[in-house]
Ligand binder design. Structure first.
Ligand code: SAM
Length: 227
């Protein structure tokens, strides 16, 4: 099990871990749209969100992330905003995977998917990306794929990622940015420009590098923790 912060209590319900609130009950979050539509999520992403909102292609998305990540083996990987588990498309099953999301409905789908894909003891936590229950310096790689725009406090996310990554750990992110939104579509959440994201990376001790991929409104970047 991923090492937790001191004084953090979690309980397991089925396939998911929950942190325990001050009322001694599993802490839950305001449902995200994805929870009620979790069974339709994959279809909505490939046939609607990618072509109509992003002006891109899901195949290109998986190709870019595979190129970046499929060569990783035996790494401790944390994903923020796991959703229904699309990371099985570009991660090798010999990594130690931990996924977090505010949506138990999507996380349950993800858990089944990771187990079926052959990952050993993957872990899933119903927590928010801006308040992680994990101890400092426990992951080699952190991913945030199509989720950063939904997480309210982005600066806090960078701070948390910097905290839970090991020195020289890697943060890989795919996120819509306004300057690439050629369709001028309404994309949900809060969009930051590449310049703002690069500045936030630097402010939290990362070196920012754009991953070369043209895929509609999406920016792909890697940020390496400097120390
Ligand atoms: C568009 S989905 C992306 C899911 C997945 N990464 C993918 O590529 O298919 C955005 C995800 O962010 C999650 N999310 C929203 N707010 C969050 C938060 N504060 N902390 C963690 N996850 C959050 C949603 O529940 C949803 O699963």
């Amino acid at each position: 099990m991923a090492k937790l912060r001191p004084n953090t209590q979690v309980i397991k319900r089925g396939l998911l871990h929950y942190t325990v609130g001050s009322d001694s009950r599993p802490k839950r979050f305001k449902p995200w749209l994805g929870d009620s539509f979790s069974f339709l999520y994959d279809f909505i992403m490939s046939d609607s969100v990618f072509p109509r909102k992003f002006g891109g292609e899901i195949r290109k998305h998986y190709d870019a992330l595979s190129l970046e990540l499929a060569g990783f083996h035996g790494k401790r990987i944390l994903e923020l905003g796991t959703g229904s588990g699309s990371a099985v498309h570009f991660l090798s099953s010999d990594n130690h995977y931990t996924g977090i999301d505010v949506s138990p409905g999507l996380l349950k789908q993800a858990a089944k998917r990771f187990i079926n894909a052959g990952f050993e003891n993957p872990e899933f936590y119903v927590v928010s990306a801006d308040d992680l229950p994990f101890d400092d310096g426990v992951f080699d790689v952190c991913l945030c794929i199509l989720s950063l725009n939904f997480i309210g406090n982005v600066a806090k996310v960078f701070q948390e990622v910097a905290r839970v990554l090991l020195p020289h750990g890697l943060f890989v992110c795919s996120v819509p940015v306004p300057e690439r939104n050629q369709l001028q579509s309404i994309i949900r959440g809060v969009l930051y420009s590449e310049t703002d994201l690069a500045a936030m990376c630097r402010a939290y001790g990362f070196e920012f590098e754009r991953i070369p991929c043209e895929n509609g409104a999406l920016l792909y970047f890697r940020a390496t923790k400097l120390r």
